[in-house]
Design a protein around this ligand. Sequence first.
Ligand code: ADP
Ligand code: RBF
Ligand code: MG
Length: 156
Amino acid sequence: SSWMVARRMRAIGPWRLKGNVVRGFQRGSKQLGWPTANLDPKAFEHDLDQHAEGVYVGFAKTKDDQVHKAVLSLGWNPFYKNEQRTLEAYIDHKYDADFYGAEMTLLVCAFVRPQQDFSSLEELVDAISADISFGLAQLDQEPWCLFRHDDIFSAT
Ligand code: ADP
Ligand code: RBF
Ligand code: MG
């Protein structure tokens, strides 16, 4: 259950991805309180085939053109048993409106934990909340904070 979830930063890639924000099942904001911008599967389905389902961290640039910290989830969301794999980013920024269709650039620099199933929605929400506070604090530290200056974010 959620109190047994171990989190640590393990460097990966980094992966650099660019695609559009697509619609999901709309569960992120409504059921969980944490909206996630879902990347168009076309932008990652081949590149990330060999990579583990899990919670990751990195940086995102979309609608507002600024680079923000992001806590991401890659996989089939075992709690919901999705049939399609998703790559979803909770972005550390307060947006006034949804931005479906916008281009999103992601740099993913560390793996935090595997995705897991939970016995209640409350446990899933607690785990996600803890991932986000852990991830955002880590991303302020070196070496992770250096990735916000990656070339992928300056390309026009
Ligand atoms: P869906 O299942 O369609 O992805 P969500 O409930 O996860 O629905 O909501 C995600 C949408 O909310 C994003 O596509 C984006 O347009 C919007 N959004 C607003 N604020 C944020 C944020 N801080 N991080 C990610 N998405 C956000
Ligand atoms: N879904 C799961 O089924 N298991 C998980 O362990 C899990 N961890 C997540 C961690 C974070 C930081 C985020 C943002 C999402 C996570 N999800 C997980 C995905 C979650 O189920 C999904 O965002 C919602 O269903 C909305 O699409
Ligand atoms: Mg989402």
